[in-house]
Design a protein around this ligand. Structure first.
Ligand SMILES: [Zn+2]
Ligand SMILES: [Zn+2]
Length: 137
């Protein structure tokens, strides 16, 4: 159940269930692909103002409930970080559909992190594959 998933996501981080948090998670879970902030706001029920939505996204990012994906041209998309993918979180890639412009998280197969020069430490990376998604092909 969606409601249950929302509770689990917030509960894991000891975050209280504010109406805006619940709504933002519902929208992201229902979408099944990443969404930009304007996308999220256009789907929210409850008339939350921009600042509230922004703060909600901020706190989700801080708590690793969601992660952001930066696209060419500066668009930022947001997607749920599923706990079971926690390990894959640092090194997972994304798929951009050239036809419908949807962005999906790819967690399988995991990519091998690139070998870095000595003394370098990666905190994550951003790999974007583009092509045609299963809805468009
Ligand atoms: Zn598509
Ligand atoms: Zn992702």
């Amino acid at each position: 159940m969606l409601q249950e998933e929302v509770s689990i996501l917030l509960g894991q981080k000891n975050m209280s269930k504010t109406p805006c948090r619940v709504e933002v998670l519902r929208v992201l879970l229902e979408s099944g692909s990443a969404l930009s902030e304007p996308d999220i706001r256009s789907r929210l029920n409850g008339g939350f103002d921009r600042t509230t939505v922004y703060r909600t996204l901020r706190s989700f990012l801080d708590q690793d409930v969601i992660h952001s994906i930066s696209l060419e041209g500066g668009t930022v998309m947001y997607a749920i970080t599923h706990q079971k993918e926690k390990h894959a979180e640092l090194f997972h890639s994304h798929f951009f559909c050239d036809d419908c412009s949807k962005v999906y998280c790819l967690t399988k197969p995991e990519f091998e992190p690139p070998v870095l020069p000595e003394g370098f430490k990666a905190n994550g990376y951003d790999l974007l594959i583009n092509g045609t998604c299963n809805n468009c092909s």
